[in-house]
Design a protein around this ligand. Sequence first.
Ligand code: KG4
Ligand code: ZN
Length: 380
Amino acid sequence: MSPSVLHQPTRILAIDTSCDDTAAAVVCGRVVLSNVVASQTQLHKPYGGVYPTIAKIAHRQNWPRVVELALKRAQCQWSDLTAIAVTVGPGLAPALEVGIMAAKSLATEHHLPLIAINHVEAHAWSSQALTKPQNWFQLNSLEQQNVAKFGTVKFPVLAITVSGGHTQLLLIKAFGDYQILGQTLDDAAGECLDKVGRMLSLGYPAGPVVEQMARLGNPTKFKFPLPMTTHADFNLSYSGLKTHARDLITGLETQNQLDQQTTYDICASLQTGVFHHLTYKLIKLLDHWRITNKQPQLQAVWLGGGVAANSILRQTLRQTLKPFNLKLMVPFSHRLCGDNAAMIGLIGGLKFHHGLSQTQPDQLERQPRLALEITPIVSN
Ligand code: KG4
Ligand code: ZN
């Protein structure tokens, strides 16, 4: 084998159709070569949430074009690819199915191995993806491999995933060595923002609109309860905040129609409540580690998921982590916070590295409720 072949960096074509975005990307190690997302937001807007059958039809229509564009932007031929990574769960079953079928047929046609990916694991790692350097296509294989290598990632880390489907505190000791420290027992943080946003007729998804409106509002105008303060664990719960918001809005509406400023104030107060619950549990966890002397020498805290795009959340977390001397790492672009395939390709590359890429097409199945390993811990 010639040295250039030996040092050929991996190129993973990744596909994600777990919810309402049809996404494809090409990733080389940690470096994102392309990241294409066809959003279905406009199609689902009239329903105030994702309509699974519509998502499935749109994924079917979109995926060939999205994959083609991902390859083109990465300046990749089929023969340059190492493997195909695809999300198998968790997510909407009819939506997942389309991406899996696409990956299977492409892998068979182009004789490529398949890699099954957990969508939540990918969100947790998304801050570790790197943007490609401007001179990427001028670099030789060895230089590309050097930029893209995973060896620069330091463990252990605490990964915080805040999305529309998940809110989770995960200890990552190494790739594949995970411990869930806490997670929501009901609604996810993004889901709470979306549901309250719907009560305020802010459209779908409401999270980004809540952020915009919150800028013009008073975050202390309405007091939201802090959930689960008496619980010894680090789990979260957002359904109470949603109910509180409903009662607040109904109460205000019986007095008067909501004016614009009141809507801004509700958004600002709600956002504060949602993020305060998360930082409260985070501080509780870090204090628990400090008091019991069990702090796993954390190298950083990673943030991922759609809500990670929120600038107030980032600011709040940075302030929370400062006294603990911990650095917050966030995805390099907002396109890596919401659903995307670049994060899927990142995990695909890691799995390939670890020899976990030999899934046969007939073994690849959708797993809508796919979970990471759970080992709950409790504070004193
Ligand atoms: O990760 P994601 O795209 O999908 C899931 O895997 O759930 O997350 C979508 C969630 C939605 O709830 C959306 O409202 C929220 O992320 N979101 C935001 C922002 N951008 C997206 N929430 C607050 N502020 C934002 N800027
Ligand atoms: Zn997601």
